[in-house]
Design a protein around this ligand. Structure first.
Ligand SMILES: [Fe+2]
Length: 123
């Protein structure tokens, strides 16, 4: 199995039983369009998931896939989460020069790496 195939993308997770019991797909709040070079917020939340030492999300990462760039994605930010004390969410501020897609990866210690994505275009 290729490493990329171990990630629970929205397409893969749609058919999984675990996704019905708990919500593992990170929710993304970000603008649909922004001005080039103008900072904007990306809010990421894990909703209705346990937050215990035995079972919790441990980190959230944000990447940007820039349209037309030779090599993608660009790493943007990472939040380390501690069970019980950290809320399972993160807010990052970023700016882009070209349209593209943000990718969020979030790691649950029992259920692996979960992905979500959102297009952002330059106004
Ligand atoms: Fe989990």
């Amino acid at each position: 199995m290729k490493f990329g195939e171990t990630i629970y993308t929205p397409e893969v997770s749609a058919g999984l039983a675990v996704s019905k019991k708990e919500n593992h797909i990170p929710k993304i709040e970000a603008p649909d369009s922004v001005r080039a070079g103008e900072p904007f917020e990306v809010k990421i939340k894990i909703v209705n998931h346990p937050n215990t030492v035995q079972h919790s999300f441990r980190w959230i990462e944000l990447y940007f896939y820039e349209d037309g760039r030779d090599f993608n994605p660009i790493f943007v930010a990472r939040a380390e989460l501690v069970p019980e004390i950290s809320e399972q969410e993160a807010t990052f501020k970023m700016k882009i020069q070209k349209s593209g897609k943000i990718y969020v990866l979030a790691y649950c210690n029992l259920h692996g790496v979960w992905e979500n994505r959102k297009n952002i275009v330059i106004k």
